[in-house]
Design a protein around this ligand. Structure first.
Ligand SMILES: *Cc1c(COP(=O)(O)O)cnc(C)c1O
Length: 327
């Protein structure tokens, strides 16, 4: 018997109203709800848990004793792969670009210490630094490493294989059960599996992806994954993807993202991160402003986690050094 899913969290995750945030964005108070996929517990939580339930089950069924994966040094996926490995009794090896503690501190590389890297170490993962490589070079380094180990399973970048994306087909059905009158779910688009699973479950009209700059061609990445998940995949042109929030690059915090993060924090006490969820909310604000997300419809913001990345991000402590002094 093959295991098809390894339970790693308590489902369903909550859906909470966000009336003050809704008003701040120009929506009616009851229009906006937040699906809390940041509250998936294991290893600090986040959207990668739904995918890992499937990819780790596949690795266990194949007899693996080690999980090998890749990502930026501040990868939430790498951290959650380390946590899932610990929970499943496996080892984890994380293959990162750059050098350990090296020049990675510059904004734009996402390579400063702290944040997710601290948790990777705490969770017992080992790291391999692949030097100056692009995305393909990084994937090749991980594949070589996995092939050199006796029983390693390669977990793809961001967990976004067709198998991993099944976790968000389930997530989409779960959300529809909680919010039957859903009009639009807004989600950060990184490696694409989260959006792809949601599109497979809900159709292309109900899912708005906000491109973060993690991949070069998000439309192709998402539509290829959707094709592996459904019999009748939508036309790639039908996917709703905004690419106006990337700014100077994946790891750079833009002013629009900083504003979105402050708005969520100061209206609802919800903490977003500068790379993914902050971009997703900035994209939602832009979508309300240009009329593609409308009032008196039910919009759900998918909170995909990422809090540790905030503490590994070079610009965050500069922008928010502490509370203002009461004068
Ligand atoms: C990885 C990640 C995403 C994007 O999910 P993908 O399935 O890779 O597109 C969004 N938010 C956070 C916090 C993430 O870590």
């Amino acid at each position: 018997m093959t295991i098809s899913r390894l339970p790693l969290a308590d489902w369903p995750t909550p859906v909470e109203p966000a009336p003050r945030l809704a008003r701040a964005l120009g929506l009616e108070p009851d229009d906006l709800w937040i699906k809390r996929d940041d509250l998936t517990g294991l290893g600090g939580g986040g959207n990668k848990i739904r995918k890992l339930e499937h990819t780790v089950a596949q690795a266990l069924a194949a007899g693996a004793d080690t999980l090998v994966t890749t990502g930026a040094p501040q990868s939430n996926h790498a951290r959650l792969t380390a946590a899932a490995a610990a929970r499943a009794g496996l080892s984890a090896v994380l293959v990162f670009p750059g050098e350990p503690g090296g020049s990675g501190g510059a904004e734009g590389s996402g390579g400063s210490g702290g944040g997710n890297l601290v948790l990777d170490g705490l969770l017992g993962a080992r790291a391999v630094w692949a030097g100056d490589v692009d995305q393909d070079g990084l994937a090749a380094a991980a594949a070589r490493l996995a092939a050199s180990l006796p029983a390693a399973a390669l977990i793809p970048f961001g967990g976004s294989s067709v198998v991993g994306a099944r976790g968000y087909v389930e997530g989409g059905h779960e959300l529809l059960g909680q919010v039957p009158d859903l009009d639009t779910v807004v989600v950060a688009l990184g490696s694409g599996g989260t959006m792809a699973g949601l599109v497979a479950a809900l159709g292309p009209d109900k899912v708005l992806g906000v491109h973060t700059g993690a991949v070069d061609d998000p439309r192709t990445v998402v539509s290829d994954l959707v094709s592996g998940l459904t019999e009748l995949p939508p036309d790639p042109g039908a996917l709703r993807i905004r690419d106006d929030q990337v700014g100077p690059g994946y790891a750079v915090q833009t002013d629009a993202v900083a504003t979105a993060m402050e708005t969520a924090a100061r209206t609802e006490g919800i903490v977003l991160d500068p790379v993914y969820t902050g971009r997703a909310l900035a994209g939602l604000a832009a979508a309300v402003a240009d009329g593609t997300v409308r009032r008196n419809r039910r919009t759900v913001f998918l909170h995909t986690g990422g809090l540790p990345g905030l503490f590994g991000h070079p610009s965050v402590a500069r922008r928010w050094p502490g509370p203002q002094v009461l004068t």
